[in-house]
Write a protein that binds this ligand. Structure first.
Ligand SMILES: *Cc1c(COP(=O)(O)O)cnc(C)c1O
Length: 369
């Protein structure tokens, strides 16, 4: 028997989640497939979505290149734009859409366009405004200037305005509204009437009535929700989130069953100690596969029944509680997360988010269906 761990990827669920994102946001949506599609496999996910998605978003030219090499012809947005001006010729060759988030990028792009008359090639620029997150983006003031400069170029066919929310995962936090107001002021100031893009998964699911005038097409940028996880920390039953379907199922098997006596401890550091005689299962999955080492009593499912991870997770193995599961033996299937065990719940028990867990999965075979 080979090591039984595997990550099964349900591409039909991915498509269904994308449709939900589009329905909720009532407009075009870029499927965010950066970081290898949050650990799910960027090429396979892009192929599955290629006939329905309005476009894709990635973090780097390398990620875009991989998609183009695999034959993906849809628009691809580079979410961080270019890191150096030398990337621009390949960005043109791969026909990527470009985020511009800093003044130096405006200058570099215009310089490139002035000296490389690549004829018919037209550019799509997403001008990113920092409305309060203070990560990437021009200040509203600098954006006014950048917008005017970019508009002068005949090679730039289209300029959209975009921003990113810092706290959209808290639906009671007014910061999202404040960020929208900053964007609205900019729209008014430059008399903007093109397309805008604001919503990540949390905004799509939790902030459906954000308004900007004049009403203009809005591109959503769903990431996490495409994979069936919930961006609202600590809640797995968020209303709209209930319609999301888990895409990745990480599963393995019990490879050893032990009976331990009261007072005996298991694993490294003896983190878990038996109160009375009990059975425990050893599962072939560890932190080298991406399972978080920091979980405390994470849920897991064994042979169709819910149980908990106990003791310390080691590199290749972890322990589950078989106390009330006398029928479970070596070879029993274990779902670490997926259709029955919410990846969000496992993330909470590791004091983190599903984002981090999904991105980290490695070493295991991936099976697509
Ligand atoms: C990653 C990213 C997204 C997607 O965010 P989710 O929370 O995963 O939906 C959207 N926009 C930008 C700019 C991003 O970097």
């Amino acid at each position: 028997m080979t090591r039984p761990i595997k990550a099964q990827i349900d591409l039909a669920a991915l498509k269904s989640n994308y449709q939900l994102a589009k329905t909720l946001s009532a407009g075009p949506a870029l499927a965010v497939i950066k970081a290898n599609a949050y650990g799910h496999g960027a090429v396979r996910c892009a192929q599955a979505l290629s006939d329905t998605a309005d476009g894709f978003a990635v973090a780097s030219l390398e990620e875009a290149r991989e998609l183009r090499q695999a034959g993906i012809q849809s628009p691809i947005l580079l979410l961080e734009g270019f890191f150096e001006a030398t990337e621009l010729s390949e960005i043109a060759a791969l026909d990527c859409w470009l985020v511009i988030h800093a003044s130096w990028q405006v200058t570099a792009l215009l310089q490139y366009l002035a000296s490389n008359d690549d004829g018919a090639k037209t550019w799509h620029v997403w001008l990113k405004v920092d409305t309060g997150m203070h990560r990437l983006g021009l200040t509203a003031e600098d954006a006014v200037h950048a917008y005017a400069q970019l508009k002068t170029s005949l090679h730039i066919q289209d300029i959209k305005l975009m921003t990113h929310f810092a706290n959209a995962d808290d639906v009671s936090d007014a910061k999202t509204l404040t960020q929208m107001q900053v964007l609205q002021q900019l729209v008014d100031q430059v008399g903007f009437s093109g397309e805008i893009s604001v919503a990540n998964s949390a905004a799509i699911l939790g902030w459906q009535d954000l308004k900007i005038t004049p009403v203009m097409p809005r591109w959503a940028r769903p990431g996490l929700m495409l994979y069936g996880a919930n961006p609202f920390y600590g809640t797995t039953a968020q209303t709209a989130g209930e319609a999301l379907q888990a895409v990745m199922t990480l599963s393995s098997q019990v490879i050893s069953v032990q009976t331990i006596q009261a007072g005996e401890a298991i694993g490294y550091g003896g983190l878990f100690q038996a109160q009375e005689t009990m059975r425990i299962g050893v599962v072939a999955c560890g932190y080298a596969d991406g399972y978080p080492r920091t979980v405390v009593h994470a849920p897991a499912m064994v042979a169709g029944q819910m149980t908990r991870v106990i003791g310390r997770v080691s590199m290749d193995m972890l322990f589950i509680n078989l106390e009330n599961l006398p029928d479970v033996t070596v070879g029993a299937d274990v779902e670490l997360w997926g259709k029955h065990v919410s990846v969000d719940a496992v993330a909470v028990s590791a004091n983190t988010l599903a984002y981090e867990l999904l991105c980290n999965v490695k070493r295991t075979p991936f099976i697509y269906r």
